[in-house]
Design a binder for this molecule. Structure first.
Ligand code: NDP
Length: 449
C-alpha cells in the first residue's frame, strides 16, 4: 500500500487532495488484499488510481463588457468498470486537476455502493459563477460544452451538478449539448422537470445524508427527533439536509457560506430555510443577510486562514458538514467531540481531514463517510438516467422511496463489509471495502484493458 501511495505522490507531487483521498482509501484495504492475492498479482490498485482518461481544455468566453477570458476545463474519466462514467461538474475558482481527480476517485466507489450501473468521473472549470450575470454564465457554459460535448453521451459519460453548477448551469449546458449533437438524450442529469429531469433529484443528496444519519442512529436505538444539529454550507446539499432534519424532528442550528456562518439557537425552521433558499438560489447573495430578517440569530465571519472554524465549537448532538473538502480539521473535530457531538454524517466530499477522522474514530463517534452518506444524489441521477431511457417519469413518492431503499441498502452493505473483514461498526472501512470489491471484480472480469 505504501509503495502504491508513494508512486502516486511521486508521479504528481503537487496533487495533495488526490493523495489524501487515495491514502485514506488504501489505509482500509489491507484485509481485502490479504484475502485476495489475485488483486495484487493483477495490479488492481495500481490500475484504479490511474484515471482511464483525463481531458483538459481551454474555455474562452466573453464577459458583458466585451473582455475575453480564458478558463481551464477538466473532465477526469476515472473508471468505466461498472457503467458509463458518472459524476458532477464543479465551477469554482479553486478547481484544479488534483481536486477533480480526488472527486473522480471517490465517485468510483460511491457509485459502486449505490448498486446502480455507474462508473466514476468528475469535471469542472476554474470559473467562478458568483458575481457573474446570467448572460455571462450562459456564455461560459456554452463555451465549456463546445469542447466537452465530444467526450460525453448517455452511454459514455453523464455529468451532473456540483459546487457552482446547479439547475441554471445544467440548463445552459444541456441546451448547448442538444444543439451540437442534434439529439435529445439524457447525457446530463439534474435536468429541469419539464425536459427530462427527475423529481427529488435536487433534494436527493441532502435527504440521503439525513436518511443515512437516521440509519446510523437507529443502530444505537436513537432517532433524530430532538437532536441539535450543526450544518455547514448553504447550497444544494446543505439546504435539503436542513429540510430533512426538520421533517425528522431535529433542530438545525447553523448554516454557512464561504464568508461565515449563522448560528440560530431557536433553530432554522421551514420559513427561515425558505429565506436561505431565496438568498442563495434567487438573489445569489451572502448568508449574512439572514440576520437582517432574524435578528436573534448571530452571524460569525470566518477567516479561511485561521486554524479552526468556530462553527464546530457550538455544543450539539450531530454534525452534517455540507460545504467543501477539509472543512473539519483535527482541532475542529476535538471541539465537536468536546461539545457533545456523537454523530458525523458527511454531505460534502472529504470534509474531514485524516486527523479529524482519527479523532472521531478514537471517541466512538458514529462516522458516516461521504462515499456512503452522500451517495443519494448520484443514486437519483442514476434513476433519472433510467427514466430518460424509458421515456417515463416516476412520482415524487416513488423516487423518494427508491432513494430511501438505496440508502438503507448502502448502510447495511457498509456494516456487512466491515464485519466480514473484522472491522465491526467501521463505516469508513466498510464503504471502502464494499465499493472496492465490486469494482475490482468487474475489472478482473474484463481483462487487461
Ligand atoms: P453549492 O455550490 O450548491 O453550495 C456550496 C456551498 O458551500 C455554498 O454555501 C458555498 O458558499 C460553500 N463553499 C464552497 N466552497 C467553499 C469553501 N472553499 N469554503 C467554505 N465554504 C465553501 O454546492 P453543493 O451543495 O452541491 O455541494 C456541496 C458539497 O457537497 C461539495 O463538497 C460537493 O462535492 C458535495 N456533493 C454535492 C452533491 C450534489 O448533488 N450537489 C452530491 C454529492 C456531494 P458560497 O455560497 O459562499 O460559495
Amino acid at each position: 500500500m505504501e509503495q502504491i501511495l508513494a508512486t502516486v505522490v511521486q508521479r504528481d507531487p503537487e496533487q495533495r487532495e488526490f493523495h489524501q483521498a487515495v491514502g485514506e482509501f488504501l489505509a482500509t484495504l489491507a484485509p481485502v488484499l490479504e484475502r485476495r492475492p489475485e488483486y495484487r498479482r493483477q495490479a488492481l490498485l495500481e490500475r484504479l488510481v490511474e484515471p482511464e482518461r483525463m481531458i483538459l481544455f481551454r474555455v474562452p468566453w466573453m464577459d458583458d463588457q466585451g473582455a475575453v477570458h480564458v478558463n481551464r476545463g477538466y473532465r477526469v474519466e476515472m473508471s468505466s468498470a461498472i457503467g458509463p462514467y458518472k459524476g458532477g461538474l464543479r465551477f469554482h475558482s479553486t478547481v484544479n486537476l488534483s481536486i477533480i481527480k480526488f472527486l473522480a476517485f471517490e465517485q468510483v466507489f460511491k457509485n459502486s455502493l449505490t448498486t446502480l450501473p455507474l462508473g466514476g468521473g468528475k469535471g469542472g472549470a476554474d470559473f467562478d459563477p458568483r458575481g457573474r450575470s446570467d448572460a455571462e454564465v450562459m456564455r461560459f457554459c456554452q463555451a465549456f460544452m463546445a469542447e466537452l460535448f465530444r467526450h460525453i453521451g448517455e452511454d459514455t459519460d453523464v455529468p451532473a451538478g456540483d459546487v457552482g453548477v446547479g439547475a441554471r448551469e445544467i440548463g445552459y449546458l444541456f441546451g448547448m449539448y442538444k444543439k451540437l449533437r442534434n439529439k435529445f438524450t439524457g447525457a446530463l442529469t439534474g435536468k429541469g422537470l419539464a425536459w427530462g429531469g427527475s423529481l427529488i433529484r435536487p433534494e436527493a443528496t441532502g435527504y440521503g445524508v439525513v436518511y443515512f444519519a437516521a440509519e446510523m442512529l437507529a443502530t444505537r436505538g436513537e432517532t433524530l427527533a430532538g437532536k441539535r444539529c450543526l450544518v455547514s454550507g448553504s447550497g444544494n446539499v446543505a439546504q435539503f439536509t436542513v429540510e430533512k432534519i426538520l421533517q425528522m424532528g431535529g433542530k438545525a442550528l447553523t448554516m454557512s457560506d464561504s464568508c461565515g456562518y449563522v448560528y440560530d439557537e431557536a433553530g432554522i425552521d421551514a420559513a427561515k430555510l425558505d429565506c436561505v433558499k431565496a438568498i442563495k438560489n434567487i438573489r445569489r447573495g451572502r448568508l449574512q443577510e439572514y440576520c437582517q430578517y432574524f435578528p436573534d440569530a448571530v452571524y460569525v465571519p470566518v477567516d479561511p486562514a485561521s486554524d479552526s472554524n468556530p462553527l464546530w465549537r457550538h455544543s450539539a448532538d450531530c454534525a452534517l458538514p455540507g460545504a467543501t473538502h477539509n472543512e473539519i480539521n483535527g482541532l475542529d473535530a476535538q471541539h465537536l467531540v468536546d461539545g457533545g457531538v456523537r454523530l458525523i454524517c458527511e454531505g460534502a466530499n472529504m470534509p474531514s481531514t485524516p486527523e479529524a477522522i482519527a479523532v472521531f474514530r478514537g471517541n466512538n463517534v458514529l462516522f458516516g463517510p461521504a462515499k456512503a452518506a452522500n451517495a443519494g444524489g448520484v443514486a437519483v441521477s442514476g434513476l433519472e438516467m433510467a427514466q430518460d431511457s424509458m421515456r417515463l417519469s416516476w412520482s415524487r413518492d416513488e423516487v423518494d422511496a427508491r432513494l430511501r431503499a438505496i440508502i438503507h441498502g448502502i448502510h447495511h452493505t457498509c456494516l456487512d463489509a466491515a464485519a466480514a473483514y473484522g472491522q465491526e461498526g467501521d463505516y469508513l472501512a466498510g464503504a471502502n471495502i464494499a465499493g472496492f470489491v465490486k469494482v475490482a471484480s468487474a475489472v478482473l472480469d474484463q481483462g487487461l484493458v
